[in-house]
Design a binder for this molecule. Structure first.
Ligand code: SAM
Length: 202
């Protein structure tokens, strides 16, 4: 079935637990932007399972083709073609979105790009709208598991700018960008689902 498409086993493993949370968090109709869609497996699955939402996949300009096969095969009216979006760029495309989702991106991007992702996401969101960020995260400089410590070592050996991010850095960043941590949910395989809520402007 997936032989001719880019495939991530991790996506297959985590899509159901993530879906259960998204179904609870995004109850109202609206458009959800996905940042760093990768293979497109997540967005194709979420669009099929959450038909009240319109899904907008995105990727770095050189990578948007990756998610096309899953998206085209899904043939869903509530699943848009991917748009180019590199969070490091000063100008993000003009978009009307009601929520944002991103999985396994914060440890791949360089820290300055994580900062830009939070600032950019915040610009798109209205007061109380959510930015849902999935992946492994550290707390007070500590790993939540030995497997995450090992994963982090692999990432940093592969490229010095990559690495598991710490909540001690994300919390003040989010606050500066106008968001607050609404929920921090334990997920399978030592991952977290961080739910950032846009603060109402004064
Ligand atoms: C580990 S993959 C995760 C893909 C998918 N979300 C998943 O969970 O399988 C990380 C993704 O982040 C994307 N990414 C890295 N830097 C980015 C940037 N500056 N702007 C947007 N996406 C970026 C990569 O292109 C890649 O698709």
């Amino acid at each position: 079935m997936h032989r001719d498409k880019p495939f991530s086993q991790a996506c297959e493993n985590n899509k159901r637990p993530i879906l259960e949370q998204l179904a609870r968090l995004f109850t109202l109709p609206g458009t959800i932007l996905e940042i760093g869609s990768g293979t497109g497996q997540h967005v194709a699955y979420f669009a099929a399972e959450l038909p009240h939402l319109t899904w907008q996949p995105s990727e770095r300009p050189t990578m948007t083709h990756l998610c096309l096969p899953w998206i085209q095969e899904a043939k869903l009216n509530n699943l848009n073609p991917p748009i180019p979006l590199d969070v490091s760029q000063p100008q993000w495309p003009p978009l009307d979105v009601n929520g944002i989702f991103s999985a396994n991106t914060a440890h791949i991007m360089a820290w300055p790009d994580v900062e830009k992702m939070f600032w950019g996401a915040s610009q798109y969101l209205a007061a109380n709208a959510l930015f849902v960020l999935y992946g492994p995260f550290n707390y007070q400089g500590r790993y939540t598991s030995e497997s995450n410590a090992q994963f982090d070592r692999q990432l940093r050996a592969q490229a010095g700018h990559m690495g598991i991010r710490d909540m001690d850095d994300l919390l003040p960043l989010a606050r500066q960008a106008g968001m607050t941590l609404a929920e921090d949910i334990t997920m399978p395989a030592n991952n977290r689902l961080l739910v950032w809520r846009k603060l109402a402007t004064a």
